[in-house]
Design a protein around this ligand. Structure first.
Ligand code: C5P
Length: 413
C-alpha cells in the first residue's frame, strides 16, 4: 500500500515518526508531505530517516517535482492520510483551496483520504470546525478520532490525535480500503482492454497501430473511482499504471484474447477500448527476414475478435465496444453494435487531427433505443462521463429489478 502521509502543524506532529514506523511495519510505503508549520514541531531529517524517502514540503521545489511531480504523487497514492490534521487543513480541504503541496495533492488524487484531527478541545468543539468535519465526512473522507484525554495544553477533553498504532491498524486493515472506496460499482468487476496490439513478423518487426491507450487507461481509472475492482488488459503503451487497478500486460491480439477470457467469469462490465490488430502475419519468422527480393508479401490471417467472443458468451457481462473510424463513423458504429450484439458502443472519429494519441476526444454513444453525444473534452474527463452513462445503463438493464440484458431489436440510422 502506498500511503502519502500529510503532516500538518499541530503539537501531535511529534508522534509522526512513530506513526511512520507503525505504518511501515504493516508493509506500507510511506511518502511524507509536510506543511511549513509542521516543520516547527518535527524535523524533516527525523522523518526522512524513518520513512526512507526524501520529505516533500514545497510545491515549488523544482528538483523534487522533476523526480516525482505532485500529480504523479497523487496518482502513486493508494491512500492519503493526514495526521495530525489541524483545524486549518480541515478548513482548507472543506473550501477546496490549493495553496500548498498537500492541499493540491488532495485535490489531484483519486485515492481515498483519511484524516486524524488533533487540536485543543475548545477548537475541536468550535461549530466551524465541526461543520468542516461533517462536510469532509459527507464527501467520503474518513475521519479517524480524535481521542478523548489529557491534551498537550494541559486541558482534558476531545481533541487528542489517535494513538499512532491505532491509526496504522485502522488504515492498513483491508476492510478500511473497501469502506472508503465506495461507489455505484462497489462489489462489481470491470474488465477494460486498452492500447494497441503488436503482431510480430519476425523477432525485430511487428504490425501495430497508433493507439496510445490513453482512453482505456482513463476509463479503468474512472471505473476504479466508482468503487469497482478493475482489471486492465493492456497492449504495449507508454502510460503509468492507474492506481488500484490490476494491470495485465499483453502484446498480441491472441494474448489479449486469452487474458480477457481467463478473467471474464467474474466480470460484470466489459469495456473493449483496445485497438486490436484485425490481422496478424500467418507465420512468424524465427530469424530476421533479409532484404533479398525487390518486393515481398506477407500473408495475414484474422485475429480473434475479443469483444464479439465475450458478447457471445452464455453468461454475458454488460459489453461496451468502441468504434474508431475515419469516415461514416455512426453507420459503422451502429453496424458493430448490432453485429457484435453489444449493450453499448462508443463511436469516435480518428484521423490525423483527432482520436488516437490525442489527449482530447469527442464521442457519440449509441445503444438500443438511445444515444448521447459528448463534446470535445480531455480523455480523463470524458472517461468519468462515459462511466456515469455506463453505470446508468448497466443499472437499468442489469439492476436487481430488471430482466437480464435487453436484446437489441432493430437498429437503424
Ligand atoms: O470490428 P472492429 O475492430 O471495428 O470493432 C471495434 C471494437 O471491437 C473495439 O471495441 C475493439 O476493442 C473490439 N475488438 C476486439 N477484438 C478485435 C477487434 C476489435 O475486441 N479483434
Amino acid at each position: 500500500m502506498n500511503i502519502v502521509l500529510g503532516i500538518t502543524g499541530g503539537i501531535a506532529a511529534y508522534k509522526t515518526p512513530e506513526l511512520v514506523r507503525r505504518l511501515r511495519e504493516r508493509g506500507a510505503d510511506v511518502q511524507i508531505v509536510m506543511t511549513a508549520s509542521a516543520e516547527e514541531f518535527v524535523t524533516p531529517t527525523s522523518l526522512q530517516a524513518v520513512s526512507g524517502r526524501p520529505i516533500r514540503t514545497n510545491l515549488w521545489d523544482k528538483e523534487a517535482e522533476a523526480s516525482m511531480s505532485h500529480i504523479e504523487l497523487a496518482r502513486w497514492a493508494d491512500l492519503v492520510l493526514i495526521a495530525p490534521a489541524t483545524a486549518e487543513i480541515m478548513a482548507r480541504l472543506a473550501g477546496g483551496g490549493a495553496p500548498d503541496l498537500l492541499t493540491t495533492l488532495c485535490l489531484a488524487t483519486e485515492a481515498p483520504i483519511a484524516i486524524a484531527p488533533a487540536m485543543n478541545r475548545v477548537m475541536w468543539a468550535n461549530p466551524a470546525v465541526q461543520a468542516n468535519r461533517d462536510m469532509l465526512e459527507q464527501r467520503g473522507m474518513r475521519i479517524l478520532g480524535p481521542d478523548v484525554g489529557s491534551q498537550a495544553c494541559g486541558e482534558e477533553g476531545a481533541g487528542r490525535m489517535l494513538d499512532p498504532d491505532d491509526i496504522a491498524a485502522a488504515v492498513c486493515d483491508p476492510e478500511f480500503a473497501g469502506a472508503v472506496v465506495d461507489g455505484p460499482l462497489a462489489g462489481k468487476t470491470v474488465l477494460v482492454t486498452a492500447g494497441p496490439t503488436r503482431e510480430p513478423i519476425d523477432p525485430v518487426r511487428y504490425i501495430t497501430n497508433r493507439s496510445s491507450g490513453k482512453m482505456g487507461y482513463a476509463i479503468a481509472s474512472a471505473a476504479h473511482a466508482k468503487g469497482a475492482r478493475v482489471i486492465l488488459v493492456s497492449g504495449p503503451v507508454m502510460l503509468q499504471e492507474p492506481n488500484g487497478v490490476e494491470v495485465q500486460r499483453v502484446e498480441t491480439a491472441e494474448e489479449m484474447h486469452a487474458a480477457t477470457h481467463a478473467s471474464i467469469v467474474d466480470v460484470d462490465i466489459f469495456i473493449a477500448a483496445a485497438a486490436v490488430a484485425d490481422y496478424r502475419p500467418a507465420d512468424r519468422a524465427t530469424q530476421k527476414i533479409k532484404k533479398t527480393k525487390d518486393t515481398m508479401s506477407l500473408e495475414l490471417v484474422r485475429s480473434p475478435d475479443i469483444l464479439a467472443s465475450v458478447a457471445a458468451l452464455g453468461d454475458v457481462p454488460f459489453t461496451v465496444g468502441f468504434a474508431a473510424e475515419t469516415e461514416r463513423v455512426r453507420d459503422y458504429a451502429l453496424g458493430k453494435l448490432e453485429n457484435k450484439k453489444l449493450d453499448m458502443i462508443v463511436a469516435n472519429r480518428v484521423g490525423s487531427d483527432c482520436g488516437f494519441d490525442y489527449d482530447d476526444n469527442s464521442v457519440e454513444v449509441l445503444w438500443a433505443g438511445g444515444e448521447r453525444a459528448f463534446p470535445q473534452m480531455a480523455k480523463t474527463e470524458l472517461a468519468h462521463e462515459l462511466m456515469d452513462l455506463i453505470v446508468e445503463r448497466f443499472t437499468s438493464t442489469r439492476g436487481p429489478d430488471t430482466q437480464p440484458a435487453l436484446s437489441i431489436v432493430s437498429i437503424k440510422d
